[in-house]
Design a protein around this ligand. Structure first.
Ligand code: 4NP
Length: 177
């Protein structure tokens, strides 16, 4: 049952065209390549938000330009599919305008965070609040979502579980629970 309108964007033009001020909050997940961690976070989080009937706008991006236009990595799509989530996002690079449009930007690791923080200095107006995604994790053993790109199926499973826990924490934060 589709209770909400949980949209994603591929460009700033499409973001603006959808009049996003009607959405409760706009959330951007950020990693390096935008083919493993952040599109998985986008898919998991938007699915959970939809199940709770929340009207959110969810997207993802990478700090790097290596994979622009590509679907998520095959192992990322495989673990998402295992949990009933189809990933259709096309990789894109973080841009200055993202800081003026999104309410929250959630970085997967410290490098992504630093890169975003530097880029944000160029924004003419700052809307976004930048966080490490694992600030919302109930497991405090690390503050980073490990990059599974060169890893095994087990690493992608671990990435899914981490992203799921962080998504639960972020949803509790956004709904003040
Ligand atoms: P992601 O993983 O940042 O979680 O999408 C990576 C994917 C590709 C590369 C690095 C990280 N790469 O160097 O191509």
């Amino acid at each position: 049952m589709e209770l909400i309108n949980c949209l994603k964007a591929t460009s700033l033009a499409s973001i603006q065209a959808k009049n996003l001020d009607n959405y409760m909050k706009k959330i951007l997940f950020l990693c390096l390549g935008n083919i493993c961690r952040s599109p998985l976070a986008e898919g998991v989080f938007s699915t959970m938000a939809a199940e709770q009937g929340l009207d959110l706008f969810v997207d993802s991006a990478g700090t790097g330009a290596y994979h622009i236009g590509e679907l998520p990595y095959h192992a990322t799509r495989k673990v998402a599919k295992k949990y009933g989530i189809e990933l259709t996002h096309k990789a894109r690079q973080l841009k200055v305008a993202d800081f003026e449009v999104f309410d929250y930007i959630l970085a997967m690791d410290n490098n992504n965070f630093r890169h975003a923080d530097q880029l944000s200095q160029k924004a003419s107006s700052m809307r976004a609040s930048l966080h490490l995604f694992r600030e919302f994790d109930s497991d405090k053993s690390s503050m980073e979502v490990d990059d599974p790109y060169y890893g095994t199926e087990k690493d992608f499973e671990k990435c899914y579980q981490t992203v799921k826990r962080c998504s639960e924490g972020l949803l509790m934060f956004l709904t003040n629970r």
